[in-house]
Design a protein. Sequence first.
Length: 365
Amino acid sequence: MSGINAFEHGGNLYAKMRETGGGFSEILDFSANINPLGISDKIRQTLHESLESIIHYPDAQGYALKNAINQHYRVDSASITIGNGAVELMYILCHMLAPKRVLVTAPTFSEYERAARASGANIEYFYLDERDSFEIDIEKLMKRFTDIDVIFICNPNNPTGTLLTNKQLEKLLEVAKIQNTYVVIDESFIDFLPNADTYTCRHLLTQYENLIILHSLTKFYAIPGLRLGFSLASPRITMMLHAGKDPWNVNTLAQNAGVIALSDNDYQQLSQDYVAEAKLELYNKLLTIKNLKPYLPSVNFILINIKETAMTAKQLRNVMEKHNILIRDCSNYPGLSSEYIRVAVKHKEQNRILIDTLKRLLGGI
């Protein structure tokens, strides 16, 4: 697959609404991995209260937001670059580093490849094996570092949900440091994990100047339409990112939403608890559906092998769309095929509708 379609994503509600003439409330979107609890009341209130401030330019320094990130994630403010979503920073990073050879695991989030190609890099894949449940073999991966300028690792990995501990990643960082390879770790789904300290590499930033962490705030806080994320890196890389970006790249509403979101401990705990229960409930119900093979989730999405249904991902996606349910066709992921779909974990009642629809289409227990 090539061209724009090779990098299609989930969450394309607007195309479906243009097609049907319907609205958001008429569509169940399982194709985008957004916190099922939705926008918090505190963010809603902050957005309302912030409307008058948009007559002014945003804070180019992002002072309050950086301070909130510093407090919540226990990181040095000097290591932070805020972005119009983590993806913006991914593109800026590739543009400024101008790598020649980039290594990505496959399957993984497609924007790593797209950002690297946009900067002129050649892409190499480290394919994950379905027989190993798509787990990353660190020892084998480290053998691929020769002449690699940048490697991207998504942790937890989208779309497989597989995880690497920070102890495993530190071994990788050591080897990459010797090879002069930058390691970009995307921790955009890590907030969903109650034991995130086992997996985050934030505490390793001062030890490894080749470590760069990307972090989206839109998924966990359910604000993808606002676009908000940040990166953590060494002072040199952070200065490079600031030099490469527009000074007002994060708007006032997004900055204010981020500040209040990071202070909302009740919402954070409730979200982790809810997803922890709902993901296993949905996984277990998927197991009861004939010819589906779901993979055990770590966060708020589930990868599913549909090979035994005799339907392709595109066919199943199209049938589900007729029921106003969007799922993620994973056939455009390098390392996957038309045998795979991904579904988000949503409200339990919405998950029940998904299960009931799949059972009607594919057969029950």
